[in-house]
Ligand binder design. Structure first.
Ligand SMILES: NC(=O)c1ccc[n+]([C@@H]2O[C@H](COP(=O)([O-])OP(=O)(O)OC[C@H]3O[C@@H](n4cnc5c(N)ncnc54)[C@H](O)[C@@H]3O)[C@@H](O)[C@H]2O)c1
Length: 308
């Protein structure tokens, strides 16, 4: 029987599946107790984490007998993948299992922010009738959605967006303009600057790497179309948060949705407080009841197979 240590929340039924074959320590608060985390890591044959557990430095050094790290999600920026490889530890992400949750979040927030008409509940209930003020919202159909990063989430987002009549254009340096994916998805391939300049909604679907850190600088945000919407479900550190807030306040951008931040949890933010047409969520774009189940069972299955 191997020892499996789970440091963040996981679907209980998937945990139970792991328990049928292995000794499992499941404590969703372990991530917040470094001393205990390192002690348990020393005994682990397999470690299962979400995005908050930093598998590097002291924790990585403690994984003396560990053979694999299961990641309940897809971004690997919280894991020293090269360091794991050097120690013979396999890293297993839940590729694709939360893509639909993120894609739905993007299309829903794009529609919400373009329309700008869903925050009138208190006004209407209290007898005000702000019909005039809310009559110039925009439709999503016919607008251009620009995707930066065209992997599994980017492609699914494109499919949903095309379903509501958006034209989709995308940039991905790994896919030249003769790549078959463009024909298969009916998405137009373009350069980064063009995607940013031409789109009514720009949505980010890239990993956080040295190449993408700071990609949406003040200058790039400034080159977006006036009134455009920016959606970041990718990773904090890619968008300059202060520049984004300034662009919303000045009216250069018409709206933004931000699910991921340079520091998480986001400390009280004077930049974002009171910003117009801004949706902030606590890193939940990929987390729904369904995706939690899919992600958890996928990783449980892969860990069971790898330990067999
Ligand atoms: N907010 C959430 O809850 C949540 C959930 C899932 C994933 N994510 C984030 O979304 C990211 C994308 O997920 P995915 O499943 O689509 O990953 P993926 O690996 O399938 O796709 C990422 C794509 O980005 C491209 N890319 C890499 N560097 C680029 C660059 N500099 N410019 C443009 N494109 C570049 C790659 O070629 C690849 O096609 C993840 O890395 C993760 O950080 C967030």
């Amino acid at each position: 029987m191997a020892q499996v240590v789970i440091t963040e929340f996981m679907d209980e039924r998937a945990v139970a599946q792991l328990r049928t074959a292995h000794d499992v320590l499941y404590d969703a608060t372990l991530v917040d107790d470094a001393r205990r985390l390192h002690a348990e890591a020393r005994r682990a044959d397999a470690l299962i984490v979400r995005n908050r557990t930093q598998v590097r430095g002291e924790l990585l050094a403690a994984l003396g007998r560990c053979k694999l790290v299961g990641r309940l999600g897809v971004g690997l920026d919280n894991i020293d993948v090269a360091g794991c490889e050097q120690r013979g530890i396999r890293v297993i992400p839940a590729t694709g299992a939360n893509a639909l949750s993120v894609a739905e979040y993007v299309v829903a927030t794009a529609m919400l922010l373009l329309r700008g008409a869903y925050a009138s509940t208190d006004a209407v209930a209290s007898g005000a009738w702000p019909r005039q003020a809310l009559s110039s919202g925009r439709e999503a159909g016919g607008k251009i959605l620009g995707l930066v990063g065209f992997g599994s989430i980017g492609q699914l987002t494109a499919r949903l967006a095309r379903g509501i009549g958006m034209d989709v254009t995308a940039f991905d340096p790994m896919m030249d303009d003769d790549h078959p994916v463009w024909g298969q998805t009916l998405v137009r391939c373009a350069g980064l600057d063009e995607v940013i300049r031409m789109s009514d909604v720009v949505s980010l679907h890239v990993p956080l790497t040295e190449a993408t850190r700071g990609l949406f600088s003040a200058e790039r945000i400034g080159s977006m179309k006036r009134g455009a919407v920016l959606i970041n479900t990718a990773r904090g550190g890619i968008v300059d948060e202060a520049a984004l807030a300034a662009a919303l306040r000045s009216g250069h951008l018409g709206g933004a949705a931000v699910d991921v931040f340079g520091t998480e949890p986001l400390p009280a933010s004077p930049h974002f407080q009171g910003c117009p047409n801004l949706v902030l969520t606590p890193h939940v774009a990929g987390v729904t009841a369904e995706s939690n189940e899919r992600v958890s069972f996928l990783i449980a299955q892969q860990v069971l197979e790898a330990l067999r």
